[in-house]
Write a protein that binds this ligand. Structure first.
Ligand code: PMP
Length: 349
């Protein structure tokens, strides 16, 4: 297979071609380094520029105020499931979890190991096909934080308005919709995302954290699991995933320079999703979307066919036609088209 296919994989997922080409161009010799970015010190001038560039781009894209820090942490989004409660859910504290899909459930499972949790809403009984209304949330005004998953990658439900949590810090797993649209950043205490869907390769999580949360980190955590140590050392407490951070820099540069910022990114993504959902809705019931309309994800479009046999046939024929990665997650079946920012409009058409 010499050609690149239309890649609908949920993650690791398609990356923008210009970013891949730039990496390819510099793969053997990073300008000024005489070696690749993978082969030089993480404390070199060249890597310092890469790291600063990646942080700067995220800051620009999201319009981050001064009191937010941008961190790069290994261990994927799953390590964040553990780090968040380890850093913020100590003795005598409780945290709220809003469950709108499989990933939120995994986050909850890890939090339970650190302390008390309150399930503020659980969409499991309804097959995780919708989001809660604000007045359905059983929030604890004294919670240490409230965790939600802005886009549930498996079920394909996405929040477009943040839950209102008052003074309780809002913590968000944005793994599958980070940098896909602008965010009212001041509503968030902490946002995290495994990079491998919208912003880069696997091996690193982007964490955006507000200073007042950093100030709450207790003493004595293992150093690698301590947000304050990560922030104090500018993500360089140990050797970071240099190549992954380099790729994030290239992808965010592409979002800024080629697409033109998150308003444009959002508009492109909405256009792609609309196209696909219109086809599903116009199929006379042959294709059935999983999520209710108001909760439909712009990133992961999930649907069913009349039978599993037809779904298998659909995936097989799509693959033969150069459209890969359309099989739904093994836990729910069906079809899933992951159309993150790097998926072109042409691919969706
Ligand atoms: N959260 C969400 C919303 C995800 O989609 C995923 C991965 N598919 C994860 C968490 C776990 O990410 P990782 O594999 O980076 O731990």
């Amino acid at each position: 297979m010499a050609q690149r296919v239309y890649n609908f994989s949920a993650g690791p997922a398609a990356l923008p071609l210009p970013a891949l080409e730039e990496a390819q161009k510099n793969l053997l010799v990073y300008p000024g380094a005489g070696a690749s970015i993978m082969e030089i010190s993480h404390r070199s001038k060249q890597f310092a520029e890469v790291l600063a560039g990646a942080k700067d781009n995220v800051q620009k894209l999201l319009n981050l105020p001064e009191n937010y820090k941008v961190l790069f942490i290994q261990g994927g989004a799953s390590l964040q499931f553990s780090m968040i409660p380890m850093n913020f859910l100590g003795e005598g504290k409780s945290a709220d979890y809003i469950l709108t899909g499989s990933w939120g459930n995994k986050a909850l499972k890890e939090a339970k190991k650190s302390g008390t949790v309150n399930v503020a809403w659980n969409g499991k009984e309804e097959g995780f096909n919708r989001l809660p209304q604000q007045d359905e949330l059983k929030l604890d005004p004294k919670a240490a934080y409230c965790h939600f998953t802005s886009n549930e990658t498996i079920e394909g439900v996405e929040f477009f308005v943040e839950p209102e949590t008052g003074d309780v810090p809002l913590v968000c797993d944005a793994s599958s919709d980070i940098l896909s649209r602008p965010l009212p950043i001041e509503k968030y205490g902490l946002i995290y995302a495994g990079a491998q869907k919208n912003i880069g390769p696997s091996g690193v999580a982007l964490v955006i954290i507000r200073d007042d949360l950093l100030a709450r980190v207790p003493e004595g955590l293992p150093s690698m699991l301590d947000y304050k140590i990560a922030a104090d050392n500018d993500s360089l407490y140990n050797t970071p995933p240099c190549f992954a951070i380099y790729m994030i820099k290239l992808v965010t540069q592409w979002l800024l320079d080629d697409i033109g910022g998150l308003e444009e990114v959002a508009s492109l993504n909405k256009k792609k999703a609309r196209l696909l959902y219109t086809m599903i809705d116009g199929s006379g019931g042959f294709y059935r979307g999983h999520a209710v309309k108001e909760a439909r994800s712009v990133m992961n479009v999930t649907w069913r066919l009349p039978s599993e046999e037809l779904e298998q046939q659909f995936v097989k024929e799509a693959t033969a036609a150069g459209m890969h990665g359309l099989k739904g997650h093994r836990s729910v079946g069906g079809i899933r088209a992951s159309i993150y920012t790097a998926m072109t409009l042409e691919g969706v058409e």
